[in-house]
Design a protein around this ligand. Structure first.
Ligand SMILES: Cc1ncc(COP(=O)(O)O)c(C=O)c1O
Length: 389
């Protein structure tokens, strides 16, 4: 039974949404359809394309199962599935921007989003401007007659500022701009962008939905106003995802609630403990009462995930590298949302507004599913090495 109803608990919905087993002989999981060609029964059906599936780039029962599951979580009119989280950012931007348009992008955005805007969007004649993550309703003063898109990401990449998304959406809609949000950090379990006025919700499903550091995938979900244009661009660009990856993410969704709950608890426990550790100037985690945006986070979000950053007390790159090199359990690697803990040095040199000042170098931690006491011992090794560097 496919149960997409919002009245059910989140883990029930994650376990059953997307596909109806009885549509496919009762098998619990949907088939992984490897497809380019789809056959038509006769020439007139072919000419009219009047059957549900027409070609592999335009959807299969496998992609439909994941898209329906995401729609149920996001409350969206439709979802496209693309080959990476970065494609989930670039495809909607290409769908809604033309030469001469202006886009406002939050300054604390994921770096490759900024790179896409600074290179390809600019080359295509789009005017790109970055704004303060704390702009809130004040974004109205930056909106121009040609502003078509306001791009948000909250909590922010690496520094975890929380944006006042409802206030931004209200200001953007007054002049007809549309609002996009990279909601990868919270997942639709802890924040539903469309309920807060966002038009397009973006996810790197590579992270928590996939959950095992072995798949790249992105989803883009639109409200009824934006769905047609998003979907047409997706078909025009032919940027469909491979069936095995789509299936892996649907598989990951079934356990995402349980995993996220564990990530959340472990990360909060470690973040709280770190606030009292020598050598740590600040912990940048929006669910901590000490976080400057905690009140907005508490108003809008129903949970936090497994990533946050720490600011070392003084020092520079030498201390940052000493910390990272001392770690034995945390791997040094990009991405997050998998079962294993990771650490990366944070670089803020690309920012124009949200760049600090901070008391020392920043390190981003992704707290995996390992035992908290082991992770704390590993972090202590890092702090001791930084102090000795
Ligand atoms: C906030 C955010 N959005 C998008 C992406 C891109 O995802 P992918 O690695 O699947 O391209 C990432 C990856 O780290 C991310 O952190």
């Amino acid at each position: 039974m496919a149960t997409d109803g919002n009245e059910m608990g989140i883990n029930t919905r994650l376990a059953h949404s997307g596909n109806n087993p009885h549509d496919y002989f009762g098998f619990v999981n949907p088939p992984i359809v490897h497809a380019s060609t789809v056959l038509y029964p006769n020439a007139s059906v072919m000419a009219a394309r009047s059957q549900k599936y027409t070609y592999g780039t335009r959807g299969t029962p496998t992609t439909d199962a994941l898209a329906h599951a995401i729609d149920a979580l996001e409350g969206s009119a439709g979802t496209i599935i693309v080959p990476s989280g970065l494609a989930a950012v670039t495809v909607p931007l290409l769908a809604f921007l033309s030469a001469g348009d202006h886009i406002l992008i939050v300054d604390s955005v994921y770096h490759p989003t900024r790179n896409f805007a600074d290179t390809m969007l600019k080359r295509l004649g789009v005017e790109v401007e970055y704004y303060d993550p704390h702009a809130g309703a004040g974004i109205a003063s930056l909106i121009k007659p040609n502003t078509k898109v306001v791009f948000t990401e909250s909590p922010a990449s690496n520094t975890f500022e929380v944006q006042d998304v409802p206030a931004i959406a209200k200001a953007a809609h007054e002049t007809g701009a549309i609002v996009m949000m990279d909601n990868t950090c919270a997942t639709p379990l802890y924040f539903r962008p469309l309920d807060h006025g966002v038009d397009i919700s973006i996810h790197a499903a590579t992270k928590y939905p996939a959950g095992h550091s072995d798949v790249l995938l992105g989803t883009v979900s639109a409200n009824a106003n934006c769905w047609k244009q998003l979907c047409e661009t997706f078909y025009t660009m032919g940027c469909c995802a491979g069936p095995d990856d789509v299936y892996q993410v649907l598989r990951g969704l079934r356990t995402m609630g349980v995993r996220l709950d564990h990530h959340q608890k472990s990360a909060l426990s470690i973040a709280t403990w770190l606030e009292g550790q020598p050598g740590v100037a600040r912990v940048l985690h929006p669910a901590l009462p000490s976080h400057p945006d905690h009140a907005v986070w508490k108003r809008d979000f129903s949970g936090s995930s497994g990533i946050f950053s720490i600011v070392l007390k003084g020092g520079g790159q030498r201390q940052q590298h000493a910390f990272l090199d001392a770690l034995k359990i945390f791997g040094l690697g990009y991405s997050w949302g998998g079962y294993e803990s990771l650490a990366v040095p944070v670089f803020l040199g690309d920012r124009t507004v949200a760049k600090g000042p901070y008391d020392g170098p920043l390190i981003r931690l992704q707290i995996g599913l390992e035992d908290v006491e082991d992770l704390k011992a590993d972090i202590l090794r890092g702090l001791e090495a930084a102090a000795a560097a």
